[in-house]
Each structure stands twice: as structure tokens, then as C-alpha cells.
Design a protein around this ligand. Structure first.
Ligand SMILES: [Zn+2]
Length: 493
């Protein structure tokens, strides 16, 4: 650092000697003016009417909220983990009984692994809508304080596996349509519902079968709405700055299997590099090179739109792009909502080596889960990985890749309608286009609509968002009630 200041001093001395004091003062004034300009820009960028968004401005109807909370608690009690199909059947029977108005009219198309049904309308003037969700859950795992399949309500929140992923949203959709039918408010078009029974394991027997059936029937949709984005209660550095993260696409999830070869035998007599050693080197390279973050155009737009929620220093960096570009990535790389727009991820998830402490294996394997940005192809990533480990005697294969995901335009009618409905419920809420991670059931419905949005109108705190698939998964009762009201609006568009 002292070298830097010494350099600056020499530069000033040279400048002074060459152009004189007056020029030096002019230069100083210019630099100061420029600095003041960046400060003013930052201050202006922080002022937004949207700061006043009140998530609790309008409470959900109490009757709706209480009934939805009761239904969700019941749904959570069914342990619909991937290995228990009977429990899934029991949950489906419960749903049919709990929503009698709906199932008196709905036509069930498939209930082998999940539930696909349609509510037909007589004056069918518009193309149908498809509401998606899933009934299966990941196993409970460790670390729970509340019983994972108890559906316990505590402090206004309902706890249990599936509370937000995805039994909460499914409950909200079912409550919404049942409530509309009870009120005699008929939807203006056919409404389809697809609740997969194996989303967490790829949807091959649920959503993939539903998609084939719908394609055979020739049904296409004005909108397919599945899980992905949500309402983030706080954003960036602000404690109370809600934003709606509307998924216009999702990352493509696929797997790469790395198989390293080496000399097997007794660990006391190693010969050259071991298979596990080569695999470890490959994993290091993937972590170093495969996860580079980029400031994509969508990440830039997201940053600009969410400036009012940022601390002054972060806002300074965003407001004064591109001068501050080198610092931007570093400042936001740990902000989940922004970093998920900064590129694909390649994460090693499973390793298999020797079964014994003193045995060398001739092959060691590792699985790398890739979450690819919609612009990136799985084949190109496979080629990249092959090149990356070419010198390590490692074979790379790919599985689980689907077709590239299309992005839904923010200019589309359905995107705008969704934002309008949200703003009606939460006045002033900023709707930001987003790419959700993971691989939802909607990945199978790519041919059925030009508008696929990944969004559930559930309010999540940072900790709640991370509780999906983790311990203490929960959803606020208030947000569940509000979600019912939002779905009711969406079902009659
Ligand atoms: Zn899910």
C-alpha cells in the first residue's frame, strides 16, 4: 500500500512540475465533482416509494386463514416421502374428501403418482391455466424442534416437512378453488391442476406422465404456474423490504458422474497416483473453475431494481456501474437471490472410494450436481468437464439432463397480470424477474405453454427460505391465508 501512495505522490509531483498549480487545482475540483456526482446518484437511487410496502397492510380473511392452516396441518401429517406410495394414495383420498365442491365437478385424469385434474367451464372463451405443485416431500432429516410430520402451529407459523415445499402452496390452491366454487364465482376458462407425486426425485412417474397425457389431448395453456420464486420478506441489507421474485425460468438440474481409474491393492504399496487422488484433484478444479460468477444482464437488472433495499456502500457500487464493476461480484456473491443469477453451479455431492481403511480401489466415483442457467447447454458443460479433467484419466458421463428451459418474457401478458394481482394484495411490492434453482415439475411441461412462471405467493423470511429441505420447515399462517386470496384472483383472470 505504501508503494501505491508513493506512486500517487510522484504522479502529483510530475503533474505539478509539468502543468503548474492551477491545473492541479482544476484536476482536484474535477475529481471532487465526480465523486460528489456518484454520491448524489447513490442517494437518489435509495429513495423509493416502494420502501413503504406493508406485507401486513391487509390481513387475510380469518375464516380462510384458519381453514387453510387446518388443511395444511392435516396434509403435513401424511409422510409422503419418495419411498411410500401408499401414503401418497392416502393423502389423495384426504384431498378428495376435504374439497367436496371441487371434486364433485372436477374430472380426474390421472392419480397414479400424484393428481392431475381439470375443472371445466361452460363458456370456455380463453385458453386454460395450469396450476402446479407436488405432494411428495423429502425425508425429515435431523435437527427438528417441532415434530416434522406434526403440522404443529406455533407463534403464527405451521411447522412440518412440506410446509412451504410444496404442501403449503398446494393447500392454498385447493382452498382457493373450493372457496370460489362455494361463493358461486365461476372461472372463465378451464382450470387444470397438476400435483406430482415424485417431484423430489425427478417427476418421471408423475409430471412426465401428466405432460404426455396433456400433449396427447392437445391441451395448451395461457399460463403454467409452478413453484420456484416467492415473496422475500427482506432483501439485501434491509430488514423490511419485501420483493416478489418471479421466476421467468429455472436452472436445469443434471448430474455428472466422474469415474477415476488407478492402481488398486494394499495401501502400504501405492503405485503412482491413486484413483481417489485423481478424483480429489478433479473436484478441486471443478470448485475453482466451474463455479465462476458473472454479472449477467439479468443480475445487473436485479441489482439496479433492488437498490433501495441496499446499504449505502452496496448501493454506491450498483449506482455507479460500470466504474465499480470489479468490486460488484465480490460484494454480492454471498447474497443468495443475486448470486443465483450470476451463473450456473457445479457442486460435488457424492463420493465413493474404498470400503476399507487399508485398501486402494482401482476406480473411485463422484457425482457432481449441475444447476445450469437457461442459456447454458448440458452437452457443452459435459464437454467442458471432459476437457477440465482430460489429463487425470477420468471418465465423465451425464444423466438427468432435460431440454433447455425457455424464458418467459417480462412483457408477456401473464407476467404483467401476475404482477398486477400481487400489487393489488401487497401495494407497491417490486416484482423482479428471477431464475429459480432446482428442477420443478414444470420442466416436463415446456411444450405446453409460452408462459411458464415459477412463483408461489408465499412470504418467506431468509431463514424460512433455507428451511425447505432442512429442519424446522415452516410457513406463516398469515402468508398462507394471503396466498389463498391471491390464487383466487389468479383463477378468475
Ligand atoms: Zn418443491
Amino acid at each position: 500500500m505504501s508503494d501505491f501512495w508513493a506512486g500517487v505522490q510522484i504522479w502529483f509531483q510530475n503533474f505539478n512540475a509539468r502543468y503548474g498549480v492551477a491545473a492541479l487545482i482544476c484536476l482536484g475540483v474535477l475529481v471532487l465533482a465526480l465523486f460528489m456526482y456518484t454520491i448524489i446518484k447513490t442517494v437518489i437511487a435509495g429513495q423509493s416509494k416502494e420502501r413503504k410496502v406493508q406485507l401486513r397492510a391487509k390481513m387475510a380473511d380469518e375464516k380462510i386463514r384458519l381453514r387453510a392452516a387446518e388443511s395444511l396441518a392435516d396434509m403435513i401429517s401424511y409422510q409422503t416421502t419418495p419411498d411410500d406410495r401408499n401414503e401418497l394414495k392416502r393423502l389423495i383420498s384426504y384431498i378428495k374428501k376435504r374439497y367436496p365442491k371441487l371434486f364433485a365437478e372436477a374430472e380426474i385424469e390421472n392419480s397414479d403418482c400424484g393428481l392431475l385434474f381439470c375443472l371445466k367451464t361452460k363458456n370456455n372463451l380463453k385458453k386454460p391455466l395450469l396450476f402446479c405443485g407436488h405432494l411428495d416431500v423429502v425425508p425429515a432429516g435431523e435437527g427438528w424442534k417441532h415434530p416434522p410430520f406434526g403440522g404443529k402451529s406455533d407463534g403464527g407459523k405451521i411447522y412440518g416437512r412440506g410446509a412451504c415445499d410444496c404442501k403449503g402452496p398446494v393447500t392454498a390452491m385447493l382452498e382457493a378453488i373450493e372457496s370460489l366454487l362455494c361463493e358461486g364465482d365461476r372461472p372463465q376458462r378451464d382450470l387444470w391442476f397438476a400435483f406430482g407425486g415424485d417431484e423430489e426425485t425427478g417427476g418421471e412417474q408423475g409430471a412426465a406422465v401428466f405432460a404426455e397425457l396433456l400433449e396427447k389431448k392437445g391441451v395448451t395453456f395461457d399460463l403454467i404456474l409452478d413453484e420456484g420464486g416467492y415473496i422475500a420478506k427482506s432483501h439485501s441489507d434491509s430488514k423490511d423490504f419485501p420483493i416478489a421474485l418471479i421466476g421467468v425460468g429455472e436452472k436445469q438440474s443434471c448430474y455428472f458422474n466422474l469415474k477415476a481409474s488407478g492402481q488398486g491393492g494394499h495401501s502400504g504399496m501405492p503405485r503412482g497416483r491413486t484413483a481417489l487422488g485423481a478424483l480429489a484433484e478433479a473436484v478441486c478444479r471443478i470448485e475453482m473453475i466451474g463455479n465462476k460468477k458473472k454479472l449477467t444482464p439479468m443480475a445487473k437488472r436485479f441489482l439496479v431494481q433492488s437498490m433501495p433495499a441496499m446499504s449505502f456502500s452496496k448501493r454506491y457500487l450498483v449506482a455507479n456501474m460500470p466504474f465499480t464493476r470489479p468490486f460488484l461480484k465480490k460484494a454480492f456473491v454471498n447474497d443468495f437471490e443475486v448470486s443465483s443469477l450470476m451463473g450456473s453451479t457445479l457442486v460435488p455431492t457424492r463420493v465413493q472410494g474404498s470400503d476399507a481403511d487399508n485398501m486402494l480401489v482401482s476406480t473411485a466415483e463422484c457425482v457432481v450436481n449441475a444447476q445450469l442457467m437457461p442459456s447454458q447447454s448440458a452437452e457443452k458443460t459435459l464437454a467442458f468437464l471432459k476437457r477440465l479433467v482430460a489429463d487425470l484419466d477420468i471418465e465423465v458421463t451425464m444423466s438427468g439432463a432435460t431440454e433447455k428451459v425457455k424464458l418467459t418474457s417480462t412483457d408477456s401478458e401473464m407476467y404483467k397480470t401476475l404482477c398486477e394481482v400481487l400489487k393489488e394484495r401487497y401495494p407497491g411490492i417490486p416484482c423482479l424477474e428471477w431464475i429459480s434453482s432446482g428442477c420443478s415439475d414444470a420442466a416436463h411441461y415446456g411444450n405446453l405453454s409460452d408462459s411458464i412462471l415459477y412463483f408461489t405467493p408465499i412470504v418467506m423470511e431468509k431463514k424460512t427460505a433455507f428451511s425447505a429441505h432442512g429442519a424446522e420447515e415452516r410457513i406463516s399462517e398469515e402468508s398462507l391465508g394471503a396466498a389463498v386470496e391471491i390464487y383466487k384472483k389468479l383463477m378468475v383472470i
